[in-house]
Design a protein around this ligand. Structure first.
Ligand SMILES: O=C(CO)[C@@H](O)[C@H](O)COP(=O)(O)O
Ligand SMILES: [Fe+2]
Length: 214
């Protein structure tokens, strides 16, 4: 089953609560929250206090995508704020096994994100220990960018790695996902689609979510 995780990066931040209720009622399975630190990526967004405030208004899965250096420093505060899936970038984590253990000890699911230029070999040794792989289909930092088609091959390769090892791991894609690219990523093996501008940029949020799902 395909799950849709709308990225609130493209929402109207002046009415974030309302914007989250909109995607909640429209049937999205998750809420994708992009956390940026101005170091790993050249942009700043939100952190644990905002997540904790949003936690009060929805029971949907909080799919938190940390584009930050030193992600281990945020595990405890993000767990307390109500994060369900803690996704960090492999490019930021030399002690990757330690942070995975720490995320699990704090009762969150583990996601690992890879930039378009980062090879799958970087997660070979820890694939058995995680719940989700996020393959970036743009370079992280901003919403509204163009999908990078060369990632399709990587999605297929990851799907095959997971199948060959008989694992139960979600493949999430993020960046430039819309009505045109969604069928391509799903055919390649992705099952969780993140979309910001394709959902919040449309005048019918429920329809845009259903269009992606179809
Ligand atoms: O993590 C990121 C960007 O770094 C994303 O989650 C974007 O927010 C997706 O936006 P669209 O490409 O769908 O507009
Ligand atoms: Fe994201």
């Amino acid at each position: 089953m395909i799950k849709i995780s709308p990225s609130i990066l493209s929402a109207d931040f002046s009415k974030l609560g309302e914007e989250i209720k909109n995607i909640d009622q429209a049937g999205a399975e998750m809420v994708h929250i992009d956390v940026m630190d101005g170091h790993f990526v050249p942009n700043l967004t939100i952190g644990a206090p905002v997540i904790a405030a949003l936690r009060k208004i929805t029971t949907k899965i909080f799919d938190v995508h940390l584009m930050v250096e030193n992600p281990q420093d945020y595990v405890v505060s993000f767990a307390k704020a109500g994060t369900d899936i803690f996704t960090f970038h492999i490019e930021t984590a030399p002690h990757v096994h330690r942070i995975i253990q720490n995320i699990k000890e704090n009762n969150m699911k583990v996601g690992i994100a890879l930039n378009p230029g980062t090879p799958l070999t970087t997660i070979n040794e820890i694939l058995d220990d995680i719940d989700m792989v996020l393959l970036m289909t743009v370079n992280p930092g901003f919403g509204g960018q163009k999908f990078i088609p060369s990632v399709l091959k990587k999605i297929k390769e990851l799907k095959e790695m997971i199948r060959a090892r008989n694992l139960n791991i979600d493949i999430q894609v993020d960046g430039g996902i819309n009505k045109v690219t969604a069928p391509q990523v799903v055919a390649a093996g992705a099952n969780i689609l993140v979309a910001g501008s394709a959902i919040y940029g449309s005048d019918n949020i429920a329809k845009s979510i259903e269009d992606l799902r179809k």
